[in-house]
Design a protein around this ligand. Structure first.
Ligand SMILES: [Zn+2]
Ligand SMILES: [Zn+2]
Length: 140
């Protein structure tokens, strides 16, 4: 069991999650894709294991009658997704992209896999640029 830390883009909201799993899931449902602008990759942790600072900067959106999604009011980063009903009540899903370090995390399942489309594929012949090249400004 691992302790993991993370934050939103602007740093106003930070969190520490203890006893985190070694796995994450990817969801292609339309709500997730509209929320994060693409497939959602989340790590599910018991809500009581989550310590959050900067709560005054958090906006919570009730995305359906059984779930809510939180984001940072300042920078817009998605912060968590959680069910408010059903047997999964008590767990919070954190976007893995917020984590300072994703070392050791592996994908264990894909939700709404039939909603995945070709925009999520990376064909072999597509140019892939490292962070050094991407930051250089030489990207068209
Ligand atoms: Zn922020
Ligand atoms: Zn989803």
């Amino acid at each position: 069991m691992t302790k993991r830390t993370g934050q939103c883009l602007c740093g106003a909201v930070k969190f520490t999650a203890k006893d985190t799993p070694e796995t994450f899931s990817t969801c292609y449902c339309k709500d997730c894709q509209r929320w994060v602008g693409g497939p959602y990759r989340g790590m599910s942790v018991p809500t009581e294991n989550l310590e959050i600072t900067g709560r005054e900067h958090i906006s919570v959106y009730k995305s359906s009658d059984f779930a809510e999604r939180a984001s940072c009011r300042k920078c817009g980063s998605p912060l968590w997704w959680r069910l408010t009903k059903t047997k999964y009540f008590g767990k919070t899903s954190i976007p893995v992209g917020l984590l300072d370090d994703t070392g050791g995390l592996t994908l264990n399942h894909v939700l709404f896999s039939d909603y995945k489309d070709q925009t999520n594929d990376i064909p072999d012949d597509v140019e892939q640029m490292t962070s050094a090249v991407s930051r250089s400004g030489q990207v068209n």
